[in-house]
Design a protein around this ligand. Structure first.
Ligand code: ADP
Ligand code: MG
Length: 247
């Protein structure tokens, strides 16, 4: 496979904060329909890596190619338009709006349309909202005020808001934090559904959850990649046990 076939090619990526390298010459490739899990101890640089990919933080050096286009010169909103979606640790939904409205406002804005065209556009948005609501298990909650959802459902809604934009790369930072056991199970299934037609990167600590969803796992430590491969191989790696799993 040539480098141009990857959804994401991160090469030699570095960021320093006052001389401290939070990400240190890191290289990582993600396939187009891959679900990649990133694990590692606190402070390893996992969140910073997502910040760099989405453009919240600027790299000090190295390259981030998304579908073979260099992202490092682009602002955050330009990367969103290219198809990069990123969910932060705390859900940012509009608590006072309904689930339907939260999804509706997340539909990418095109040019304004009138008359019959506007009607057609409405139907298209509605159709998309229904598809996404089904994916995030909120089909029967469309009229509910988002603030009344459970913590887990709020997390799903935020994933749904990202799905409205049809990202080709979706990044989720600790998506199951604070969820019930049942919500965790459903989230594992949800992730398996949504990675079918896009690349997904998930940062997660819960090893039961990681085992359930993982295809390939990347272990980060001190801004670098410590190990990478299938879950069973990574779990048995003495380096990984030493810095992470042993604790
Ligand atoms: P993780 O998500 O793996 O727990 P982070 O990416 O949040 O780790 O942090 C990696 C390291 O970089 C930590 O030591 C953190 O204190 C540092 N760091 C992250 N962002 C900044 C920043 N904006 N300024 C200074 N240091 C930062
Ligand atoms: Mg983090």
């Amino acid at each position: 496979m040539s480098n141009t076939d990857f959804a994401l090619a991160v090469e030699d990526l570095t960021v320093s904060f006052d001389g401290f390298k939070a990400i240190d010459a890191l290289t990582l490739y993600i396939d187009r329909n891959e679900l990649r899990v990133i694990i590692g101890p606190n402070g390893a640089g996992k969140t910073t890596l997502l910040d760099l990919i989405c453009g919240k933080t600027r790299a000090t050096g190295g390259s981030i190619k998304f579908k073979n286009e260099e992202m490092t010169p682009l602002a955050e909103h330009q990367r969103v338009r290219r198809g990069i979606g990123r969910k932060f640790q705390t859900p940012s939904i509009y608590e006072n709006l309904s689930v339907f409205q939260n999804l509706e406002v997340s539909y990418p804005k095109g040019r304004s349309v009138f008359g019959a065209l506007a009607f057609q556009c409405d139907a298209e948005v509605k159709g998309r909202i229904q598809t996404v609501a089904a994916e995030i298990l909120l089909s029967d909650k469309l009229d509910m005020e988002a603030g009344l959802l459970s913590h887990g459902q709020k997390q799903w809604l935020e994933i749904g808001m990202l799905l409205m934009q049809e990202p080709e790369l979706l990044m989720l930072d600790e998506p199951i934090a604070g969820m019930s056991a049942r919500e965790r199970e459903l989230t594992a299934e949800l992730l398996q559904r949504i990675c079918k037609n896009r690349a997904v990167i998930v940062i997660e600590h819960d090893m039961e959850f990681v085992k359930r969803i993982a295809q390939k796992v990347t272990v980060m430590h001190q801004g670098k990649i410590l190990a990478e491969g299938p879950m069973d191989k990574v779990q048995a790696d003495p380096k990984v046990i030493d810095v992470y799993l042993g604790h």
